[in-house]
Design a protein around this ligand. Sequence first.
Ligand code: HEM
Length: 231
Amino acid sequence: MKYLKTRFQWIRWAVHIGALLPLVVLIVDALSNHLTFNPIQAATQRTGDTAIILLGLSLACSPISTYLNWKDAVRLRRTLGLYTFIYAAIHLWLFVGADYGYQFNYIVPEFLQKYYLWVGLPAFIILLALAATSFRGAMRWLGKRWKRLHRLIYLGAILAMLHLALVIKGDALRLSGDAWKPLLAGIIIGTLLILRVPRLRRALLSLRHKPVAPAAVQLASPPAESTLVKN
Ligand code: HEM
């Protein structure tokens, strides 16, 4: 038991280090001028990609716990979700603050022009709402509504994938440019979302715990007399 506890602590540390590493590398690259000739764009892309990867990992916790029977996986969901929000917030700041210097007279027309921002903003608002209510106090305060609110992650993930699909330059049919990114994210995140659908989950789990056929039970159990008749 103690061994399992320490093993989980190690995994938790690995998650923190793994999640913070892209940020550290980004800061080091920014300070040493290693962020291409357009550093803000490069940083926006990196933080966006990291946010999508962390979102996928946080969505994977539930299926891992259900299908692979590693129950501790759900205990990492909140941490991964919070890191997703942190990267999305830095991503948004790079656009609004670093790139546009909070000049909303430029930001608003840009927003109205670019479709990918129409889905990026609601995705971010959902992540913000989920991060703000991911603490014990909020859970207690919201009661049953907490679960309903946190189901918004499905919508948030779909909007984030749409944002990625609209922003990427490339041809999805020819798989040119970066078109592989939304395709890969769509396949992985889409599968993870589908695996969470309660009806499918029940069906898949019942396949795993298939009841043993009556004939097999008869063969496996000793003859009735031997268990009843005690000499
Ligand atoms: C208001 C919210 C958001 C704004 C203003 C925003 C802005 C942007 C911008 C300007 C780009 C294009 C960078 C370029 O020039 O190539 C971009 C790309 C991207 N964004 Fe967002 N975004 C928002 C929300 C999100 C969220 C919530 C996610 C994920 C959880 C996300 C993930 C991405 C990804 C993966 C890319 C593509 C990066 C690449 O080129 O590899 N964004 N976003």
